[in-house]
Write a protein that binds this ligand. Sequence first.
Ligand SMILES: [Zn+2]
Length: 224
Amino acid sequence: MLGLAGWMCSFCLLVFVPNLLVANAIPQMPFGAGELAQWQLDIPQASDGATGSSGVGAGASRVGRAGYRSADAQSPWGVPLRGPIQHWSNTHDKPLLGCQFQDANYADHVGVDLPVNAGTTVYATMAGQVVWIGDNGAWGNLVVVENGDYQTWFAHNESTSVQVGDLVQPGQVIASSGNTGNSTGPHVHYGIKQFQGDDDMTGTWINPGLFFNAEDVIDWPCGD
Ligand SMILES: [Zn+2]
């Protein structure tokens, strides 16, 4: 029996090792040397541009303000990921911070990009109401949570685990990350839109980096 088991093991290695080598190589091969990383190419629609301008290209992709405000509405806080974080074949103890808000390499970028492998758990960053889930053009599979003067946007998901109208708490699981929409590499695009009073239905994108500590993330330059 031992002899047979040994023979079977060798046979399995012969059969499966080449497949494993191919599978392991794929995550390390998306970019050639000197090329820009592709996961930051998540260009937002004109209707949700950095200026917050309305009416320019506004269409089905636009997410309006629902008007939800809880009695204890607060600003968002933290990053929507928890370490350890898997990015390609490497594990990091904290989330990576790639393309930043209005990044020097990407001036129209209206959020921050957190490169992770598809299937990474995404968490709410404030209490609020889910006002959008599902496919939304360039944003891919999108979740938007609103409360008071803020909307938090989580884009390019693989799947979502909440429904429109759900009330969520900070740290609640809302999605599984992915590579949907205008995204050619797995990452979470996290955006924060701020409204100036109840009559502002358009809002303005603000820097999510103002809403977490620098030491909570690992800098990962936009072009790498
Ligand atoms: Zn982005």
